[in-house]
Structures are given as structure tokens and as C-alpha cells.
Design a protein around this ligand. Structure first.
Ligand code: PSU
Ligand code: MN
Length: 309
């Protein structure tokens, strides 16, 4: 497949020339903006992520769908329009992209949707807060995020603070193993727990800096077409306390059960209940970690670009 987008995929001039010139580019998702964080923090975070990527010397490429056009390089204004409630932007995973284009819909892309687009246009790095994964009630619900299978299909490096702690973290790590997706701790040999810096699970591999992360991704590409997860823990002095986390988690799981939510609504409901029951502290932690991940992704994209030259 060529990397030239057709008219259904619109790459902004800035992003297109950065890709063309082999400069560092970081894809950013919009589900966290439209369905993951409350207003007005959502747009502040979107802007902070873009600023963090730029500060590293890389170019941000925020992905979303407007009127059936997949945009790579949304402006903050366009993101604001997409996040407006009356627009009812859909939550788009990789499988939904073509259908949203055909139906001329608006939508925000998940990690899965974003890396499908990134790989289509030649972007190798993306940043998010917490990856999706295997849900705790998986034996009843069969609910496993398509983020995992997307990482098994697209050769993109994703920086995330582990997987969201609302998930079954051990099962998610097992699935990443089965799917052939390597997990590399950034300056840690512990798998991060999203709102918490340590999920309690150990990692086999870690890197000391962005140069090593870039080298790991390039070497991985010699043997595999899968993606790679760089696990970047939230700073210890920013994490949610263990007590508060566990209480919020219990109430979030309870709430989701009570409402009987399913499918793509599960994660947004759990995150919203976390925000409510921690009086917004979880939102602040989410903000800190996603901006830090965008900054790191920017540095890694720079190192990959340098290594390729
Ligand atoms: N990280 C966050 N907040 C979010 C997400 C990630 O800090 O809201 C989003 C991402 O878009 C991810 C999605 O792909 O949650 C996972 O949704 P699901 O569990 O339905 O696959
Ligand atoms: Mn799901």
C-alpha cells in the first residue's frame, strides 16, 4: 500500500511536509479529548499535548474524523468542534474508520483507530494516556480493547502509562505477549498502572532514554510488523494514592455494573466515575501523565528520525 492519502484522508500541510522530510511526527488521539476527559480540561490537555510535542522538536498530528474525512493534524478549534456535545462524535476504533468515512460521520479515534491512520500515512509514533486492554469481567463479557489487536497489526510505537488500571492488567500483559507486542519500560522495570506508577507487574525490558527507545523500535522492525509499547510511568509525586485509587476503582466498577453499560461505553463511564469519586484528582493525574507521554513520544520520534538519516 502506498502512503499517499486519497481524498478521504486529509493530512495537514505541516504534518505532510514533516513526514515528507523525515522529521519527527507524533500522532495524537481524540477519544481521550471527546470521550475520556471532562470539559474544559479536555481541550486544555489537547493543547498541552501538542505544545509538549513541539517543545521536543517534533510535529503533532492529532487525528479525528470530520464529515467523513479522516484528518491528520486537527487544529485545536477543530477539536473543540468535535468535542461539542451536540455534534455526537462517535468513538472510532480501527474497524470503524471506513464506515465513518462512507457514512460521512464525525468521530474521535481511539488508540486503535489512531495507529491505523498513522500507519496509513507513514507516522511511526503515537502518544496516549493509558492503553485499552482486557476488562476485569472478561470471562463474562469477552471485552478486550481492539487497541491490543491493532498493536499486533500496525508497526507503530505507542507511549502510554501502561494500561488503564480499571482493567485486568495481568491478563492484558499476557495478551500483548500472545499478540507479539513487546513492552518496554521507560527507565523502569515495573509495568506502570496508569493512575499509579507501579501496577505490581514486572517487565522484562527497559530503556534508559529516548535514543534507546528509538533503537529498540527500529531493531524490533527487523523481525516483526507489530507495534511496540513504551510504558512511561506517571511521576511518583503525581500519582493517585493507593487508598484513593482502590476506593475509586471499586465505585467505578460498581457504577458500570449498575448502569449495565457495554461495549465502547464501558471505558468512558469508568473514567467519569473515577473523576467524580476522586473529586477531580484522577483527571489531574490523567492530565499530567498524558502530557508527559506526548513529550516523551516527541523525543523518541526525534531520535527515530535522526537514526534514519
Ligand atoms: N487514555 C486515557 N484516556 C482515554 C483513552 C486512553 O488516558 O480515554 C482512550 C483511548 O482512546 C483508548 C480507549 O484507545 O480509551 C480505549 O477504549 P476501549 O476500552 O473501549 O477500547
Ligand atoms: Mn471494549
Amino acid at each position: 500500500m502506498d502512503n499517499l492519502p486519497d481524498s478521504s484522508v486529509v493530512v495537514s500541510d505541516e504534518v505532510a511536509s514533516a513526514i515528507e522530510d523525515g522529521r519527527g511526527v507524533v500522532a495524537l488521539e481524540t477519544t481521550i479529548v471527546v470521550h475520556g476527559l471532562p470539559s474544559p480540561v479536555n481541550l486544555e490537555v489537547a493543547e498541552e499535548c501538542e505544545t509538549a510535542v513541539r517543545a521536543s522538536g517534533s510535529v503533532p498530528a492529532t487525528v479525528g474524523v470530520r464529515d467523513g474525512r479522516v484528518i491528520v493534524g486537527l487544529t485545536i478549534d477543530e477539536m473543540g468542534q468535535l468535542a461539542a456535545e451536540d455534534r455526537h462524535a462517535a468513538k472510532l476504533s480501527a474497524r470503524d474508520l471506513g464506515l465513518a468515512v462512507a457514512a460521512r460521520r464525525d468521530g474521535a479515534t481511539t488508540v486503535a483507530g489512531t495507529i491505523a491512520v498513522a500507519s496509513r500515512v507513514g507516522i511511526e509514533v503515537m502518544a496516549t494516556g493509558g492503553l485499552g486492554g482486557v476488562h476485569r469481567d472478561v470471562l463474562e463479557s469477552f471485552d478486550e480493547s481492539a487497541d491490543l489487536t491493532a498493536l499486533s497489526r500496525y508497526h507503530v510505537l505507542v507511549v502510554a502509562s501502561g494500561v488503564k488500571s480499571i482493567l485486568d492488567i495481568g491478563a492484558t500483559l499476557e495478551r500483548l505477549d500472545t499478540l507479539g507486542v513487546p513492552v518496554v519500560g521507560f527507565r523502569t522495570d515495573r509495568f506502570p498502572g496508569f493512575y499509579r506508577s507501579d501496577s505490581g507487574f514486572a517487565l522484562d525490558w527497559s530503556v534508559a532514554d529516548d535514543v534507546e527507545a528509538a533503537a529498540a523500535f527500529l531493531a524490533h522492525g527487523l523481525f516483526s510488523t507489530t507495534g511496540l509499547l513504551v510504558a512511561n510511568p506517571v511521576l511518583r509525586d503525581r500519582e493517585l494514592s493507593g487508598d484513593l485509587h482502590d476506593r475509586a476503582l471499586a465505585s467505578a466498577l460498581e457504577k458500570a455494573k449498575l448502569l449495565g453499560v457495554r461495549g465502547k461505553d464501558v471505558t468512558p463511564v469508568l473514567l467519569a466515575e473515577f473523576a467524580r469519586s476522586t473529586a477531580g484528582v484522577s483527571v489531574q493525574v490523567n492530565r499530567d501523565l498524558v502530557v508527559a507521554n506526548a513529550a516523551l513520544a516527541g523525543r523518541i520520534a526525534q531520535s527515530i528520525a535522526r537514526a534514519r538519516r
